[in-house]
Design a protein around this ligand. Structure first.
Ligand code: PEP
Ligand code: MN
Length: 349
């Protein structure tokens, strides 16, 4: 990682396999991660929340035993796992885990969060709270508050994206404005980004991690597997330890102290990135609707290009543009491009 300011604190990096699969897989990934200096804690999925039953659901207590045995050979390395029930917390603590995380589906259920946090009372471990699948900052904060209530001191939020109707090419929509709102409401709370679960595939992970740094996140949670293509869970989104190292080395960690020169510029650019993300999300949603329209036209035996509708739409957009203080010619130009793409989609070209 390159630091813009050597005084800025080191980002927190939590990395490790989506799931612990075998003693050998765990040993291989831990050995590789022990050589990546930025890694602060190893994540190890032990109980896996799966959408469908009858598939691999984690090795449970057996995996905790492997972790406990393995850690003997790695002084100073810290480990964490997901907990979704009080019983998971009891086992995680019994096997000496240094941290736990509350998964997205658990954060969505305050009854379960209450039960899990009660079991954590007095434990002293780090607790990471993932956002719920819905973009509800209050639900996320509620889980953090429940951790505080039982005296957890080391609490970290994890942004893993949101399940929206359309996710703009990602597994989960990043909706950066939600963690930004959490930062505003809980300024002292460290926030990590989980680019693996946002992306759902390997390629955009580096770009998402850099966006998180640009937005002033405090670190990353990344899924790392020694042989991602063979992974039992989330095979498409895990990266190798070598890829993690390369990514961390090329990340630029941003200065978040806005009192330094250019702080204002930085904030404004971040705002622009978020807005551009929204523009792109809206464009993607619009083109999906165009695809639906194509089917309706086909059924009704209507031509794809409807000149009257296009003329009306253009005039309306020019009017709205003027009302918003935008140059109507500029807006017309943009809509010409959008319309051309919509026609192309409807023609299936
Ligand atoms: C995970 O981190 O392995 C996981 C299941 O993630 P999430 O709760 O974000 O879906
Ligand atoms: Mn996963």
């Amino acid at each position: 990682m390159r630091y813009l300011d050597m005084e800025s604190s080191r980002p927190i990096v939590v990395a490790g396999p989506c799931s612990v699969e075998s003693r050998e897989q765990l040993g291989e990934v831990v050995q590789a991660l022990s050589r990546v200096p930025q890694v602060d804690m190893v994540r190890c999925g032990v109980w896996k929340p799966r959408t469908h039953p009858g598939v691999f659901e984690g090795k449970g207590e057996e995996a905790l035993r492997w972790i406990a045995e393995l850690r003997e050979g790695y002084a100073g390395m810290r480990f964490c796992c997901e907990v979704a029930r009080a019983e998971h917390v009891e086992l995680a603590l019994r096997y000496g885990m240094d941290g736990v995380w509350i998964g997205a589906r658990t954060t969505a259920n305050p009854f379960v969060v209450q039960e899990v946090t009660e079991a954590l009372r007095g434990s002293g471990v780090r607790v990471m709270v993932k956002n719920a699948p819905s973009p509800d900052v209050q639900l996320w904060m509620g889980a953090v508050e429940r951790c505080r209530q039982v005296g957890v001191k080391d609490i970290v939020a994890v942004h893993r994206g949101f399940d929206m109707f359309s996710n703009g090419g990602y597994r989960n929509s990043p909706l950066w404005e939600v963690p930004i709102e959490l930062r505003r409401l809980m300024p002292e709370l460290p926030i990590l980004c989980d680019p693996s679960h946002i992306a759902g595939r390997r390629e955009p992970i580096g770009m998402l991690a850099q966006t998180a740094m640009n937005l002033g996140f405090d670190g990353l949670m990344v899924e790392v597997h020694p042989h991602p293509e063979r992974a039992y869970t989330d095979a498409g989104q895990q990266i190798t330890p070598a890829e993690l190292e390369k990514m961390l080395d090329s990340l630029v960690v941003r200065q978040t102290d806005s009192t330094v020169a250019d702080g204002q510029l930085q904030r404004l650019r971040e705002e622009i990135d978020v807005l551009d993300g929204q523009v792109l999300q809206a464009l993607a949603a619009r083109l999906r609707v165009a695809g639906e329209i194509a089917k309706v036209k086909e059924r009704g035996n209507l031509a794809v290009y409807q000149p009257k509708r296009w003329e009306q739409l253009l005039q309306q957009r020019r009017l709205t543009a003027t009302e918003l203080g935008l140059d109507p010619d500029f807006v017309e130009e943009i809509f010409e491009k959008i319309h051309a793409e919509s026609v192309r989609v409807q023609l299936g070209n």
